[in-house]
Design a protein around this ligand. Structure first.
Ligand SMILES: Nc1ncnc2c1ncn2[C@@H]1O[C@H](COP(=O)(O)OP(=O)(O)OP(=O)(O)O)[C@@H](O)[C@H]1O
Ligand SMILES: Cc1ncsc1CCO
Length: 519
């Protein structure tokens, strides 16, 4: 008998201890198959071989009835005894080579991998697939380190696109993070995950069939997003000229609609960001508690995550708000204030990027260089002193913003004397602004708020939102800086808020110094 063709899309891994008390494990398996599970692994760490075989036979009746392959975890003897379709081994179990020898060439063999080296070895050792994890923290495993979608991508990128090795991701995969994990982990070598492996999200669900249906549909949506991105099939974007022409209308609409933006901001700049949002025409709500993030996600139009004054409860709220914003398709703007200044800030930035899809990253050169490091983008390292970037910045700033945007599949806005914005395809430099903006605290934070208000109005083109958001405040900065009553940063701060409110939408067109940066 030759090896069966396997669909890895939705891979159920069982765990009796986590099985919902309302039904047996065998019922969970059948319900999940009816909901779309394509492959089942029986994982029973506590049973002796005899009991394991007995349970495996019961489960096999169901998997055979529905023609779904059954794999046995970490026990080749059981796999052979019931003539299962294959087995799955861990790094500390029987070796892949030995498992293959025992199983023969026609059984499916998978191995858990957590590093690029383990993935390469699995391929060389004859595995059919690898389970890449742990992606997120779970009830079944508490690893020292989680990979997140970016770590998963690092592993996918060492497997040649045409290698006969399939890949599934495991660890904390739920219906509300599946899309992001699949879309975001897609490798630059064209590799997309072949499936998701789920434990608690299915066996622990009240309705295992419904949970499986949702997971499968999210997997397919994520897979389509990833393939579209890799094949460059995303809808053609408006040209920079068209984008600029749309700005007066965007600001007018912003003022008419007054979109509500959920801010989890730092307590230094919180008041200024709220006032800048109001002056622009938007509506701010400053809400740093995780307990209200879900409710807010239903009524706000965009979210700002600003890590300026970090506490664990701020982080919890950011993770919660980001997750719900993603689920509600509300744009998320990340302001990684001082990301390079401390390990905590860098680690939190990494946690945020791993836990959600960020639509727009806004930072100064030091912050963007830290993000480039986190996501594995080659770039110069820019020093920071506290929350401020120091030195003259990148030799080629537009190349950095473009590379980070491309790799993160988002828009990157980098502020400084000249601001740069890129979505990975379109890149512009904005030469408006006033030096006083650099001499008051929170001017970058206000830019993030402005971008979030515009993103709410321009949900399909976040590049337009980022450029308009920066331009609006920089023009207000120029107007404020030119006023006779402005004598220094203090009077500038008040005049700045006035001039944001006084902006005439047409000025976004007539006074813009925005130039396209060619590739
Ligand atoms: N010398 C300058 N000339 C013109 N514009 C400036 C100057 N310095 C800063 N800006 C503008 O100020 C805004 C904030 O940029 P900056 O890089 O200072 O942010 P930041 O360091 O993140 O600020 P903060 O941490 O205080 O919020 C940008 O819109 C930028 O264009
Ligand atoms: C000064 C400062 N410190 C933490 S946040 C903040 C505001 C500017 O980002």
């Amino acid at each position: 008998m030759s090896k069966p063709a396997v669909d890895y899309s939705l891979y159920l891994v069982t765990d009796t201890g986590l099985n919902h008390p309302s039904r047996t494990l065998v019922q969970s398996v059948e319900d999940s198959i009816l909901g779309g599970v394509t492959l089942v692994q029986l994982r029973e760490k506590e049973l002796d071989t005899e009991a394991f075989i007995a349970l495996a036979r019961e489960v096999q009746v169901v998997t055979r009835k529905h023609n779904v392959p059954l794999l046995i975890n970490d026990n080749i003897e059981v796999a052979l005894a019931i003539d299962a379709e294959g087995a799955h081994v861990g790094q500390d179990d029987v070796s892949c080579v030995e498992a293959r020898r025992l199983l023969g060439p026609n059984k499916i063999l998978g191995i858990s991998t957590g590093t690029p080296e383990e993935a390469k070895k699995a391929l060389a050792d004859g595995a059919d697939y690898i389970g890449i994890g742990t992606c997120f923290m779970t009830q079944t495993k508490s690893p020292k380190r989680t990979l997140g979608p970016i770590g998963v991508r690092t592993i996918l990128e060492v497997i040649p696109a045409d290698a006969p090795l399939k890949t599934v991701v495991i660890g904390g995969i739920k219906h509300d993070n599946t899309r992001r994990v699949i879309a975001h982990s897609a490798g630059s070598n064209g590799r997309i995950l072949d499936g998701i492996a789920v434990v608690t999200g299915i066996v622990g669900a009240v309705d295992a069939k419904l949970a499986s249906e949702q997971l499968l549909s999210e997997f397919k949506a994520g897979f389509d997003m990833a393939s579209q991105r890799l094949q460059g099939k995303v809808a053609p974007a408006a040209s920079v000229e068209e984008v600029l022409k749309s700005f007066p209308r965007l600001l007018t609409t912003l003022r008419e609609k007054s979109p509500l933006t959920h801010h989890i901001s730092n307590y230094v700049a919180m008041n200024d960001t709220a006032n800048a949002t109001l002056a622009l025409g938007g509506s701010p709500i400053m809400a740093p508690s995780a307990s209200e993030a879900e409710d807010l996600s239903k009524v706000v139009s965009s979210v700002v995550l600003n890590i300026g004054t970090l506490t664990e409860s701020f982080v919890e709220c950011m993770l919660e708000a980001g997750k719900h914003a993603n689920a509600q398709a509300k744009p998320v703007v990340l302001d990684p204030v001082g990301a390079g200044a401390t390990t905590l800030r860098a680690a939190t930035t990494r946690r945020i990027l791993n836990a959600m899809h960020v639509d727009i990253i806004k930072g100064n050169a030091g912050e963007i260089s830290t993000i480039a490091g986190i996501i594995g983008c080659q770039s110069e390292s820019i020093a920071m002193r506290g929350v401020d970037s120091i030195g003259s910045g990148f030799t080629d700033p537009s190349a950095v913003v473009r590379a980070v945007a491309k790799r993160e599949n988002c828009v990157v806005a980098m502020t400084g004397v000249v601001d740069y914005v890129s979505d990975g395809v379109r890149t512009v430099a904005i030469e408006n602004g006033h030096p006083y903006q650099g001499r008051i605290t929170g001017s970058g934070c206000m830019i993030a708020s402005s971008i979030a208000s515009f993103a709410a109005i321009s949900p399909k083109d976040h590049f337009a939102a980022a450029v308009a958001g920066i331009l609006a405040l920089n023009l207000a900065g120029e107007h404020a800086g030119a006023r006779d009553d402005v004598r220094g940063p203090g009077t500038f701060r008040a005049a700045f808020i006035d001039e944001i409110a006084n902006l005439n939408p047409e000025q976004l067109l007539t006074e813009a110094k925005v130039r396209t940066v060619a590739l």
